[in-house]
Design a protein. Structure first.
Length: 131
């Protein structure tokens, strides 16, 4: 399941500001209390979230440390499992819901089927039914 959520190289920073191989977004890292001072900044034609890692973590360390990235992913998935995986749409398993939540956040699960981005749908298709 975790391999399914890998989307980029370990040291990647996406155009949307997502970090590392699991494309953890700064806003989510803030929810997990791994980042602080969150704000939106202009980046090209869009605005993206940014923040400061809470010590002893740092951006440089996060982008080179697979264990740190994995720990952030696990903390995020456990929180989603506890707080957001309640009543699932028909045909969606827990693994599919967690993939949608990881890739698109709570809004993606709430609007599932109405407004689903192709990349979120692809992530769901790969993960749904694993558990």
């Amino acid at each position: 399941f975790v391999r399914t959520l890998e989307q980029a190289p370990l040291s990647a920073v996406s155009e949307s500001g997502a970090l590392g191989c699991y494309e953890m977004r700064p806003r989510r890292l803030g929810d997990l209390e791994w980042m602080t001072d969150l704000k939106m900044i202009p980046k090209g034609k869009r605005k993206v979230w940014t923040g400061t890692f809470v010590l002893p973590r740092s951006m440089a360390r996060f982008l080179r440390d697979p264990i740190m990235q994995y720990a952030a992913l696990v903390k995020s998935l456990v929180a989603h499992e506890r707080n957001d995986v309640k009543h699932l749409p028909k045909g969606m398993t827990r693994s599919g819901a967690l993939a949608v939540l990881h890739h698109g956040g709570r809004g993606a699960l709430k609007t599932w089927g109405e407004r689903t981005f192709p990349s979120t749908r692809a992530m769901f298709d790969r993960a749904n039914g694993m558990f």
